[in-house]
Design a protein around this ligand. Structure first.
Ligand code: NDP
Length: 302
C-alpha cells in the first residue's frame, strides 16, 4: 500500500514510517520543507493528491513547544497548523479521481472533560468546554469528507492520550528532571493520566489504514488511542522514579504549572480523563505495552 503522511517527519510519524516500511508499504511525507521522500503542502495543493491507498494527518504545532511563550499567536498556530493541513489533505482526497481507501486523522483526548470519576469511551457524547476541546471539535470537523467520497474512503479519527516514547513527546522533556531526582507529581497527582506507547499508537494507525471490510460509513469511526490501563499522574510518577531508581519527592503545584504554561494548556497535565479504548479493543488491536511498567521499561531501558 502507498501511504501519504502529513507531518510524518515528527515523533509519531517516524515510528509509523518504521512500522509501515517494515510491513512493506511505501511512504510519502507531506512537510513544510521539501526533501527526499517528501512533498510540500503547497505541492499537494497545486498538483493534487499523489497516488495512494492510505492517508494520515499528524501535522501540528507542538502543544508543549518549550521555545514558545503561551500567547495568542501560539494558540492561533496550534489551530491553523492542524485545521489548515487537515482541510488541505481532506480536500485533495475529495478532489482525487482515485481517492485512498482509508483516511486517518490523529487528534486528541482533550475533547473529554477532565474528571476524577467519569469514564469515557468512543461512544461518549461531548461538546466543547474549553480551548483545547474547541480545537479538537474544529480539527475533527475539518477532516470530514463529502458523502459521495466517504462511500469509498473509510474515515478514522484516533484520539491519543500523552504519547510515551524515547525520541519525543512528553518523555523527552521529563526524563532529565527525573534523572536528576527532581521529578514529582504534577498538581494533585490524583488526576487520571491517559497515555499510550508510541509504538502502540503507530500500530493503531496502521490498523486503521487497512482496507475497509464493508462499505465505509459517511461519518468517521473514532478509536481512543490510549492504553487500557487506567493510571493516575501519581502512579506514572512513582513508576518512572522506581524504574530510574530516583526519588520523586518534588511535586509541582497546579498554580505553578498554570503560571508557567498557561492554565489553558497546563490542563493536559494537571487534570485528566479516564479514557477507555473500547472500540480499539473491540477492533482486535493487540497492545505491545498495555501497562505502565512494560511501556516505561522499554523507554528507560531498565
Ligand atoms: P510533532 O510535534 O512531532 O509534529 C509533527 C509534525 O507537524 C512536525 O514534524 C512538522 O512537520 C509538523 N508541524 C509542526 N509545526 C507545524 C506548523 N506550525 N504548521 C504545519 N506543520 C507543522 O507531533 P507528534 O508526532 O508528537 O504528534 C502527531 C499528532 O498527534 C499531532 O497532531 C499531535 O497534536 C497529536 N497528539 C500528540 C500527542 C503527543 O503526546 N505527542 C498527544 C496527543 C495528540 P514538518 O516540519 O515536516 O512540516
Amino acid at each position: 500500500m502507498r501511504v501519504l503522511i502529513g507531518g510524518g517527519s515528527g515523533f509519531v510519524g517516524r515510528e509509523l514510517i518504521r512500522l509501515l516500511r517494515n510491513k512493506g508499504h511505501e511512504v510519502t511525507v507531506i512537510s513544510r520543507q521539501p526533501g527526499p521522500g517528501k512533498i510540500t503542502w503547497g505541492e499537494l495543493e497545486s498538483s493534487g493528491l499523489p497516488p495512494c491507498e492510505g492517508a494520515v494527518n499528524l501535522a501540528g504545532e507542538n502543544l508543549m513547544n518549550p521555545l514558545r511563550w503561551w500567547n495568542e499567536s501560539y494558540k492561533k498556530d496550534l489551530f491553523s497548523s492542524r485545521i489548515d493541513t487537515t482541510k488541505t489533505l481532506a480536500q485533495a482526497i475529495a478532489a482525487s479521481s482515485s481517492p485512498p481507501h482509508s483516511w486517518v486523522l490523529v487528534s486528541g483526548v482533550a475533547c473529554y472533560q477532565p474528571s476524577l470519576t467519569a469514564e469515557y469511551t468512543e461512544d461518549s457524547e461531548w461538546s466543547p468546554f474549553d480551548l483545547l476541546s474547541r480545537l479538537v471539535k474544529e480539527w475533527e470537523a475539518s477532516a470530514l469528507l463529502p458523502e459521495n467520497v466517504a462511500k469509498n474512503t473509510k474515515q478514522v479519527v484516533i484520539r491519543p492520550g500523552a504519547v510515551l516514547g524515547r525520541d519525543g513527546g512528553a518523555m523527552k522533556q521529563m526524563l532529565l528532571p527525573f534523572w536528576l531526582g527532581l521529578g514529582g507529581t504534577l498538581g494533585s497527582g490524583t488526576q487520571p493520566f491517559p497515555w499510550i506507547h508510541v509504538s502502540d499508537l503507530a500500530g493503531i494507525i496502521a490498523h486503521a489504514l487497512e482496507p475497509p471490510a464493508d462499505t465505509p460509513s459517511p461519518s468517521a469511526q473514532v478509536l481512543n488511542g490510549v492504553s487500557p490501563a487506567l493510571n493516575t499522574n501519581y502512579e506514572f510518577t512513582k513508576e518512572l522514579g522506581r524504574l530510574l531508581r530516583r526519588p520523586t519527592i518534588f511535586p509541582v503545584p497546579g498554580f505553578v504549572m498554570n503560571a508557567f504554561m498557561g492554565s489553558e494548556r497546563a490542563v493536559v497535565l494537571t487534570q485528566g480523563q479516564k479514557v477507555i479504548p473500547k472500540r480499539t479493543l473491540e477492533a482486535g488491536f493487540q497492545y505491545k505495552y498495555p501497562d505502565l511498567t512494560s511501556a516505561l521499561k522499554e523507554i528507560v531501558g531498565s
